[in-house]
Design a protein around this ligand. Structure first.
Ligand SMILES: [Zn+2]
Length: 114
């Protein structure tokens, strides 16, 4: 991977650290350096994509066109996880409803005067 991150302040051209939000020399706010997600951030995104499935789409929409290829990859994995979870939930509820229907049909309600 060859992501080039400009470490020089665009205002005074002095060197800054990747973690700096503000330039240590002139104090101006530095532009978003678009750092790749940390492993902890990725795990959080993936977990939320699974546990709170529709929310995974948030990261997909936000990052799928990001210039950082690692962020794009994370966005697509979040999308796949979300779709996978939603599909699984749909299949499970389909069979659950089907089973419930079979149970209801086999039950004789005539004794209740329905
Ligand atoms: Zn500066």
């Amino acid at each position: 991977m060859s992501e080039s991150i400009n470490l020089n302040c665009p205002f005074c051209n002095k060197e800054t650290r990747p973690t700096d939000t503000f330039c240590p020399t002139c104090g101006k706010k530095l532009p978003d350096k678009n750092l790749p997600f940390s492993t902890a951030q990725k795990i959080k995104i993936y977990l939320i994509s699974v546990v709170l499935a529709p929310l995974g789409l948030y990261w997909f929409v936000k990052y799928f066109r990001n210039e950082n290829s690692d962020k794009r990859k994370t966005a697509f994995i979040a999308l796949y996880l979300t779709l996978f979870t939603l599909t699984t939930l749909t299949i499970i509820s389909y069979y659950y409803v089907k089973q419930l229907n079979t149970y209801m049909e086999s039950y004789d309600f005539s004794g209740l005067g329905l």
